[in-house]
Ligand binder design. Structure first.
Ligand SMILES: Nc1ncnc2c1ncn2[C@@H]1O[C@H](COP(=O)(O)OP(=O)(O)OP(=O)(O)O)[C@@H](O)[C@H]1O
Ligand SMILES: [Mg+2]
Length: 233
């Protein structure tokens, strides 16, 4: 059975596609097979992948396919799901009817947020949808909120300090300990130069790699149930 991880935040630009590219790159490096499913009509992920092909920089072990409807997703996973170790589903940055069916397939949903009120609210909406789908379908999809594009100045803001109490104490979902910092290398990989893990190891790349490894370590812990957090049922 493949492990299915989706990135959902109904508020756009939070860092969903970038997070999935980095996670995919990490699993591929470990020799796992990864299917990335681009459900966003703007096809950012699919474009990235075709840019990578032009530069001969597609990562081994990763396949990217576009499926824009729940029906197409169901069809793909029904036919091909078993052929991959990991399925990563990228969703549009808007409120969409795709959310429930995607959650229905997922073992873990990651909601990236930049410290802004609308993105925090987007992550909370996503958690509520997970609770609803888990209840309706008897599933136990996990949820984790991922702070992204963090800078040193952001860390001094009031909202930043409130994120943990809001997400963990008030809402009751998991907040990843790993934070994804604002880094140019994360932007650079969007230009079709392959995954983060394929880049020459400059100091900046090494930092991003460590961050990603920490994130994937937390994902593995969440999925193995080693951590009490992120349980939604
Ligand atoms: N950690 C980061 N550091 C610097 N830039 C980043 C980081 N994460 C994402 N970005 C940049 O921010 C922009 C939005 O990121 P991304 O496309 O991953 O978000 P998204 O949630 O998928 O957006 P959408 O909802 O539009 O699909 C992109 O230009 C990306 O390169
Ligand atoms: Mg995106």
């Amino acid at each position: 059975m493949p492990i299915v991880i989706a990135a959902i935040n109904g508020k756009g630009g939070a860092g969903k596609s970038t997070a999935l590219m980095n996670i995919a790159g990490e699993y591929a490096l470990r020799g796992k097979t990864v299917a990335m499913i681009d459900m966003d009509a703007r096809s950012n992920l699919t474009r990235w992948w075709s840019d990578c092909r032009e530069k001969d920089a597609q990562a081994e072990g990763i396949d990217v396919v576009g499926h824009k409807t729940a029906k197409a997703l169901n069809g793909f996973l029904g036919r091909n799901g078993e052929g991959f170790d990991y399925i990563l589903i990228d969703t549009p940055g808007e409120d969409t009817a795709l959310v429930d069916p995607v959650i229905g397939w997922s073992d873990l949903v990651i909601s990236p947020i930049q410290p802004s009120k609308r993105e925090v609210l987007g992550a909370i909406d996503c958690f509520e949808a997970i609770l609803r789908v888990n209840e309706a379908r008897g599933r136990s999809c996990r949820h984790g909120v991922l702070k992204t594009r963090i800078s040193l100045t952001v860390r001094y803001t009031e909202l930043y300090r409130k994120i943990r109490p809001i997400i963990e104490d008030k809402v009751g979902t998991y907040l990843f300990r790993t934070e994804i910092m604002e880094r140019n290398v994360y932007k650079d990989i969007q230009n079709g130069i392959g995954t983060l893990q394929m880049q020459d190891t400059t100091e900046a790349v090494a930092k991003a790699r460590r961050e990603t490894q920490n994130l994937v370590g937390e994902i593995d812990a969440l999925l193995s149930g080693a951590d009490g957090f992120g349980r939604t049922s």
